[in-house]
Design a protein around this ligand. Structure first.
Ligand code: ZN
Length: 284
């Protein structure tokens, strides 16, 4: 009986069934085509989180209304993921697009933070802001619990190719990049699946706007439908609690748009995930 069961499982689980990767507390994915081998997976512990656009900086050729539409559609592409085709069960987590904000990207301990989405005309000079990256998402999480506390997505207006709303030739499709970055927001790392939204790079004029089967499997693994959680889209102030050396790690991933006719020009631009300690905490 055991042999028969094993045979069935083998039939149902081909070798290529799982490619997706989860970001872990190690905050490292040295090779974007291989899953992190160390640390525990990170995830939101709530049933949803809200993101807000800071429209203070606009991209040439993309109106604020178009950017909001692109972000909204990217969010929706994750919201409409179904984990079980039979029961139509959805993941137990949802991104929600809230009203605009004037808040800046960053994390402040013991304060109510905001998941910010914004263009940046100037690019930070810290370890997360790879100048070759089209965008980055910096995810802050408790290093002991793996609970995500904040996630900010920044689009680099100094990137090599301009952003566009339609993903035309010679441009970077803003919606493709947003969908990818929101995968990071939800705890996914780069996938070895080249057709996945979470593949680490995108070519000029390439549109990869909808999570594929691998991305769906990843989101459903992080947030299985049967998880009993409450939706609270606002980030509450969280403080360092208890004794010991509780600390947080901040993780950044960069999405490079450096593919030209299928040739990777700069693999290093695909990922920026060094560990950094900040004055933050595990959840209370
Ligand atoms: Zn990425």
């Amino acid at each position: 009986m055991r042999c028969a069961l094993a045979f069935v499982v083998a039939l149902l689980a081909p070798a290529s069934a799982q490619a997706y990767c989860r970001t872990t507390t190690s905050a490292r994915q040295p090779d974007p085509t291989m899953c992190p081998s160390q640390g525990s997976p990170i995830a939101w512990t709530t049933g949803c989180t809200g993101i807000r656009i800071n429209p203070a900086v606009a991209a040439p050729g993309i109106s604020p209304a178009q950017f909001r539409l692109a972000v909204s559609e990217s969010v929706r592409s994750w919201q409409t993921v179904i984990c079980d085709a039979t029961t139509r069960a959805a993941p137990s987590f949802e991104l929600v697009l809230l009203a605009d904000t004037a808040d800046l990207a960053g994390y402040e301990d013991a304060q109510a933070n905001t998941n910010v989405v914004t263009f940046r005309a100037t690019w930070g000079d810290d370890e997360f802001h790879d100048p070759n990256a089209a965008a980055i998402t910096v995810v802050t999480f408790g290093s002991r619990t793996g609970a995500i506390l904040d996630a900010d997505t920044e689009f680099n207006l100094r990137a090599r190719y301009p952003f566009s709303f339609d993903g035309g030739p010679g441009t970077t499709d803003v919606r493709t990049v947003a969908t990818h970055e929101f995968g990071h927001t939800q705890g996914l790392a780069h996938s070895p699946d080249r057709s996945a939204v979470m593949w680490y790079t995108a070519g000029q004029g390439e549109r990869r706007r909808t999570p594929n089967a691998d991305d769906v499997a990843g989101l459903c693994a992080v947030y299985p439908p049967d998880r009993a959680v409450r939706c609270d889209p606002d980030l509450r102030a969280q403080t360092l609690m208890g004794g010991g050396a509780a600390c947080g790690a901040s993780h950044g991933t960069a999405h490079g748009a450096l593919f030209v006719t299928g040739v990777a020009l700069a693999l290093a631009a695909g990922l920026r995930a060094r560990r950094r300690f900040v004055a933050t905490a595990r959840r209370s």
